[in-house]
Design a protein around this ligand. Structure first.
Ligand SMILES: *Cc1c(COP(=O)(O)O)cnc(C)c1O
Length: 409
């Protein structure tokens, strides 16, 4: 008899976005004439940059010729891409990395979810709250999160980020083994200054905490005092693993490519106190379980760093950030309290009159025909907020804001 991993059974049945999809469907069936605008799901809408498309086409052509055909590639990624990443994303910021510290992957979700493979099941976990659900759910699946009690997992420390503390997480009073940080943040759209992030690196160094830093939105940073990489902070190479993605940077949500930095200096302990470099374990894990990212995809990612690629990517990001600005201005004029949207493509909107996230979501759907994401879906501290994304079409953004203004007038 095969036994299931019963930790999976602890996960609440339905996923946030399928609940939302069901409610939208019900609305559409009962209101067939109304056009719904979705500012809910965090997927990009602009097509891939031209430089990326050209690189993919020529990589396909290479695959058609015996002399340039490529079969299995290195699980860690091709050095042409690793070297380009190090030079453009790190050396340029004064961060020194070795090629073997960079692992190319098929996106940040996989690695933020899988990194737990190399860590014991009984580590304590900390997350800022609200948070990207993958961090917690992947810990639930291996039993590390404990049990669900009143909407919180028993082995997870929730560090609240709400308007009351200006979305700046406070250091916990006890120590945590593994801490997830995502900055700029999904869902709140807020960022941490270098000074604030430094507090966390220092906390990690003095408490022997491993930081898992998700920088999927670093390309959206506009202010110069906000770090793009945690390694901009002194000492972070001893305590942090960083996840990056081409998904939001260059429209790769359908192409799939990202990378993870596991510095040689980051270690974790055995029960007897021996320190083991996590780079070695992650490399072993990837060589066994990860198939590598396709050659064509890695050539596509490399093209993001060409001068043309950089210019095109900047243009797309400007487009989304202009959306964010339009939305933030419009929603504020409508009398709503709006956060984020300045260094990230998300707006975090406080529900008026103390409405719950789901209630406000439903009213916005039924009365303005605009879809948001209920903040409580991202964690207990998300209650009383909804998330709007700036990834939509400009016309949809304008129309959505027009409708919300009219609705709240
Ligand atoms: C979108 C997103 C990612 C990127 O996921 P991919 O697998 O690279 O597409 C990672 N982290 C957060 C917080 C995100 O919102």
């Amino acid at each position: 008899m095969a036994l299931v991993n019963e930790h999976f059974l602890k996960l609440p049945n339905s996923y946030l976005f399928s609940d939302i999809a069901k409610k939208i469907n019900t609305f559409k069936v009962t209101h067939p004439k109304d056009k719904v605008i979705s500012l809910g799901i965090g997927d990009v809408t602009q097509p891939l940059p031209k430089a990326v498309i050209e690189a993919m086409h020529s990589a396909v052509d290479e695959m058609a010729v015996k002399d340039t055909f490529r079969g299995y590639g290195p699980e860690q990624g091709y050095s042409f891409l690793i070297d380009t990443i190090i030079k453009n994303d790190f050396t340029s910021k004064g961060i020194y990395l070795e090629p073997s510290e960079v692992f190319i992957n098929d996106g940040a979700k996989s690695d933020t979810g899988n990194i737990g493979d190399i860590l014991r099941h009984d580590n304590s976990i900390g997350v800022t709250d609200p948070i990207y659900p993958v961090y917690i759910d992947s810990n639930v699946m291996c039993g590390r999160a404990g049990t669900l009690e009143d909407g919180k997992w028993s082995n997870v420390t929730y560090i609240p980020c709400r308007s009351e503390n200006n979305f700046i997480p406070e250091l916990p009073e006890h120590r945590i083994d593994i801490l997830y940080l995502c900055y700029p943040n999904n869902p709140t759209g807020t960022a941490l200054s270098k000074q604030e992030l430094k507090k966390w690196v220092n906390y990690a160094l003095s408490n022997d905490t491993l930081i898992l830093f998700d920088a999927a939105y670093e390309a959206y940073i506009q202010n110069s005092d906000i770090p793009h990489s945690i390694y901009e902070i002194k000492g972070a190479k001893k305590c942090a693993i960083e996840f990056r993605s081409f998904s939001k940077t260059a429209g790769f949500t359908g192409v799939r490519c990202g990378y993870t930095i596991v510095p040689k200096e980051v270690t974790a302990a055995t029960l007897t106190g021996e320190r083991i470099p996590l780079n070695r374990l992650w490399n072993r894990r990837q060589c066994t379980k990860f198939n590598g990212t396709s050659y064509i995809t890695q050539r596509a990612a490399e093209a993001v760093y060409s001068p043309e690629g950089q210019a095109q990517v900047k243009e797309i990001i400007r487009y989304y950030m202009t959306n964010a600005h339009i939305m933030k201005t419009g929603l504020s004029e409508a009398g709503l309290e709006v956060y984020g949207g300045e260094n990230a493509p998300y707006l975090w909107v406080k529900t008026p009159d103390g409405l719950s996230s789901w209630k406000f979501f439903e009213r916005m759907l039924y009365e303005a025909n605009v879809v948001a994401t209920p903040g409580v879906g991202f964690g207990p501290s998300g209650e009383g907020y909804v998330r709007l994304t700036a990834f939509g079409d400009r016309d949809d953004c304008l129309e959505a804001i027009f409708r919300i203004k009219k609705w709240l007038r």
